[in-house]
Design a protein around this ligand. Structure first.
Ligand SMILES: Nc1ncnc2c1ncn2[C@@H]1O[C@H](COP(=O)(O)OP(=O)(O)OP(=O)(O)O)[C@@H](O)[C@H]1O
Ligand SMILES: [Mg+2]
Length: 367
């Protein structure tokens, strides 16, 4: 099986010594939409630039459709890059901007016209073809930047925070357009963003990066439900996290001992690779946690912790409830306002937070 894009132990050390990317391994199939996400400075842009050939590769290999491109100059790579600021040439018209990359590649004039006309049409830019950047709307600029990359017919389109300059509403609608367009074209997209919600809503798979290293590569659903590291558990979604130590196994489940009792869950590491007493955490996505009266009959088959309500903040039809487990930990939970009313919940009430053990991931805390 040949992958569209393959990163093998990719590494980047900048002159001056900054280790920006290390041990990056990734295999991308044709037509896949992969998002890179992580905090500022984690190495997303550096990786994208190495793929584009805009930055040299310190060690490792870069393969595109089975061919080694590690040392191939940028203009000979079947990639196109779209930058956050779009880098549109202000003195050129929309049409000229689109023609630029094709002229650089010495395509025949009639071929250039054919491709540009069809891209203008596809991106609904025909009406502004003779306009310059300054009269374009945010969405039109974004589409021009996209068209300029796509018109070169790349195998792989690299996008570095291409929606960062747009306001929230436009961003949302362009996210959807981009996704539809990508499916239509069947081109592989590598999409960089620091917004986890965007990475998750756009990507077929998501690569979470932290300090130059890959933390996890998963489908969005896996990332939400089975974080493999403390970093991912905190960075992605809205997880409730309770720290403890490994205390044993119960069939396929792993049991940890915490200050609030034992908690069991699905290990996101191979059972047996960590010894008893090792630091670990139980991670439960917020939406699976429910709040119950402590006096209510214990529901069998649910895990949980007990605490005291310290704050209730109603916001419209939902309410945020803060539950203090002990002097070191509070859990804040979103629930329905009606539920708070039905339970006659007040500050000082003792409650139980419960969930199904299969929703829990047990994550090793290697730190
Ligand atoms: N040209 C350069 N020379 C030296 N160090 C650099 C250079 N470009 C980036 N770095 C460093 O490499 C690391 C990774 O930077 P990079 O730009 O790849 O991060 P990023 O994930 O894209 O961040 P952001 O979300 O802020 O765009 C950072 O520590 C950064 O300071
Ligand atoms: Mg960047």
């Amino acid at each position: 099986m040949t992958f569209d894009l393959e990163l093998i132990d990719l590494k980047k050390v900048y002159p001056g010594g900054t280790l920006a990317v290390e041990a990056f391994n990734l295999q991308v199939s044709k037509g896949e939409f992969v998002s890179f996400v992580g905090p500022s400075g984690c190495g997303k842009t550096t990786t994208l630039r190495m793929i584009a050939g805009l930055e040299s590769i310190t060690a490792g290999r870069l393969m595109i459709r089975g061919t080694d491109y590690t040392e191939v100059p940028t203009e000979k790579r079947p990639t196109a890059t779209i930058f956050q600021n779009y880098a549109i040439f202000p003195h050129m018209t929309v049409r000229q901007n689109m023609e630029f990359g094709l002229k650089v590649r010495n395509l025949a004039a009639d071929e250039i016209k054919r491709r540009v006309d069809s891209m203008l049409e596809k991106l609904e830019l025909t009406d502004v073809a003779d306009e310059k950047e300054r009269v374009l709307s945010g969405g039109q600029k974004q589409r021009l930047a996209l068209g300029r990359g796509l018109v070169t017919e790349p195998d792989i389109l690299l996008l570095d925070e291409p929606l960062g300059a747009l306001d929230a509403n436009l961003r949302k609608s362009i996210q959807e357009e981009l996704k539809v367009l990508q499916r239509e074209l069947g081109i592989t997209f590598v999409f960089v963003t620091h917004a986890q919600s965007e990475a998750i809503s756009m990507g077929d798979r998501v690569v979470v990066m932290n300090s130059g290293r890959v933390e996890q590569i998963s489908t969005p659903f896996e990332l939400y439900t089975r974080p493999q590291s403390p970093f991912v558990a905190r960075f992605v979604g809205r997880n409730k996290i309770i720290a403890g130590t490994l205390a044993g196994t119960d069939g396929d489940r792993t049991v940890i001992k915490t200050r609030f009792g034992t908690i069991s869950g699905v290990p996101t590491f191979t059972q047996g690779t960590a010894s008893e007493g090792a630091e670990a955490m139980a991670v439960v996505p917020s939406e699976y946690v429910s709040i119950q009266d402590v006096s209510a009959a214990e529901e069998s088959g649910r895990d949980g912790v007990t605490g005291v309500v310290t704050q209730i903040d109603p916001v419209g039809h939902v309410a945020f409830v803060t539950v203090r487990l002990d002097e070191t930990q509070e859990i804040r939970l979103e629930t329905y306002r009606k539920k708070i009313e039905d339970m006659s919940l007040e500050n000082g009430a003792e409650v139980r937070l419960t969930w199904l053990p299969e929703r829990t991931s047990i994550v090793l805390d290697a730190a």
